[in-house]
Ligand binder design. Structure first.
Ligand SMILES: Cc1cc2nc3c(=O)[nH]c(=O)nc-3n(C[C@H](O)[C@H](O)[C@H](O)COP(=O)(O)OP(=O)(O)OC[C@H]3O[C@@H](n4cnc5c(N)ncnc54)[C@H](O)[C@@H]3O)c2cc1C
Ligand code: FES
Length: 270
């Protein structure tokens, strides 16, 4: 069982949690995830690794308090132990020298792009980061992203910081203004990734999104996380979670997303 070093609310409804997990910290790469079972009555919940420190043997993740398992996670305190913490899982991002890379983050994805920004910059890329939230008080890790990126641009739905609108609106403005972008990575809620994918298609820039379907084992056995990419069935847990956004069958993604909504609501009420 892994000890929680710190668990705190970053902004309303979004928490950060740092856990002692030396084996995972040693092997973690940007874009990988863990499967967490908060207590013995909880489900298996996939969560992206946002940061890690090999020296202290700790890993940090960011989560949205959204259903039964993440509510349970949000109740845990420093010193408590997580029932099961497995990882690192999934393929890391394919990071190399692209030239200029745009990273788009929303909700938990703001944390999910941080290590990619650091690594891409170290590899000699120019890193343009686009961070979005409904309002300025819901943005987090601004200082970390600003330190890791060459430029950070913000979008808020109410216009309280950066451009009024969404991250894909700011990126579209930059692309229209002929800002040179060679590669795009988006992490966050499904709708945001879909909108980024639709927008970048017409510009012909390779766009990678980090898919977040329901997962059970996380090791390619159950098939729960299947998605259709380029007319082929892929398992997000082992083949992904990162895929070419322009090859994903988004209709399948959207229809499978709400498949267990009734059960999720019952579970939360219980
Ligand atoms: C590879 C991967 C990485 C991920 N990384 C992260 C991450 O870093 N951080 C993060 O926060 N999430 C991440 N996710 C998503 C996370 O795993 C899911 O949100 C997970 O289902 C949460 O579990 P839960 O039991 O709290 O919610 P669930 O019970 O599974 O509920 C999730 C869904 O049900 C809906 N729902 C639940 N209860 C109700 C209700 N009462 N009324 C209406 N709707 C309801 C929610 O809106 C949501 O759509 C990731 C997923 C994957 C596959
Ligand atoms: S979670 Fe079971 S195959 Fe991916």
């Amino acid at each position: 069982m892994n000890e929680i070093i710190e668990r705190k609310q970053l902004v309303p409804n979004i928490h950060t949690c740092t856990v002692k997990a030396p084996d995972i910290a040693r092997k973690a790469l940007p874009g990988q995830f863990v499967i967490i079972i908060p207590d013995e009555f909880s489900e298996r919940t996939p969560i992206t690794l946002a940061d890690w420190d090999k020296r202290t043997g700790t890993v940090t993740f960011i989560f949205l308090e959204i259903g039964a398992s993440t509510q349970r996670l949000a109740e845990l305190k420093s010193g408590d132990r997580i029932y099961s913490f497995t990882g690192p899982l999934g393929q890391p991002f394919r990071l190399k020298k692209y030239g200029t890379v745009a990273l788009v983050g929303g909700c938990y994805g703001i944390g999910g792009i941080y290590q990619a920004a650091r690594t891409l910059r170290k590899m000699g890329n120019k890193v343009l980061t686009y961070s979005e939230a409904r309002s300025s008080f819901l943005l987090y890790w601004n200082d970390k992203l600003e330190e890791a990126s060459n430029v950070v641009r913000y979008a808020t739905t109410d216009g309280s910081k950066g451009m009024k609108g969404h991250a894909w609106d700011v990126l579209r403005e930059d692309l229209k203004a002929k800002v040179k972008v060679d590669h795009i990575i988006a992490v966050g809620c499904t709708f945001m990734m879909y909108k980024v994918a639709e927008m970048t298609r017409s510009f012909g820039i390779k766009t990678i999104v980090s898919m977040n379907p329901v997962m059970i084992d996380g090791t390619g056995m159950c098939g729960a996380c299947r998605i259709v990419v380029d007319d082929q069935t892929k398992f997000a847990c082992v083949d992904g979670p990162h895929f070419d956004a322009h090859k994903i069958d988004w209709d399948v993604v959207m229809s499978r997303r709400k498949a267990y909504l009734e059960e999720e609501i019952i579970s939360q009420e219980r």
